[in-house]
Design a protein around this ligand. Sequence first.
Ligand code: NI
Length: 139
Amino acid sequence: MSPDQTIRFTVSLPRNLLDELDATMTHRGYASRSELVRDLIRARMIEAAWDDPAAAVHGVLTIVYDHHRRGLTDKLHAVQHSQYVHILCTQHVHLDHDHCLETIVLRGTPAEIERMALEIGGLKGVSYAELTRTGVAGG
Ligand code: NI
């Protein structure tokens, strides 16, 4: 049996929960209950991975900052170079005359990624920081 073979199984749900599932399916544009349930399971498995201190997970840190803030770009560079093992790539967008947006893709344990997100997000001049926790669930 190949690991990506699709298996059908039966799930029993209370009627009101099934109604909510169907409403969510329609609202989010899913073509089938199976697609929605697969995504829900994957999302829960990624959450579980983030609860495991030894798990290797990925995160995407999105930041917005004022590049005129004295010393900030140097500090951002210093933090990222000191943690280069955990930084897979960064993308930089010049939002307007003053502001830059960066997405930083991070790899490591949950604690390593959260520590970097707090360190970078906490720098003076960073006006927005949001960490998206992600990873691989079920291939
Ligand atoms: Ni810029």
